[in-house]
Write a protein of this length. Structure first.
Length: 95
């Protein structure tokens, strides 16, 4: 099964647990509990070796690109607001 189909099937299978997972993410984030936040975000990806390339593209490669863009913002001379989803914060290279 192609990776995209597998991810969709897994998401649909776990759809009833989404509210609890989101509540746990919000709780860990609001308490500043980076280790628990990282566990919540990355543990499901780490369980499946086929997702290694996906998680690299989704988090690590994007973090490197976004970090460069965020660091360039002050040079533009205007105040900026940067919004980042929780998964991009806890693990190196963090944003």
């Amino acid at each position: 099964m192609p990776l995209q189909h597998q991810l969709l099937a897994d998401s649909l299978d776990q759809s009833e647990a989404v509210a609890d997972e989101v509540a746990a993410l919000i709780d860990a984030w609001s308490r500043g509990d980076e280790p628990h936040l990282a566990e919540l975000v990355f543990a499901p990806l780490d369980k499946n070796p086929e997702l290694a390339g996906f998680s690299d593209r989704l988090f690590y490669a994007r973090n490197r690109t976004m970090t460069a863009a965020v660091l360039a913002l002050p040079r533009a001379g205007r105040t900026r607001l940067v919004l980042v989803r929780a998964g991009h914060l806890p693990a190196p290279p963090r944003l």
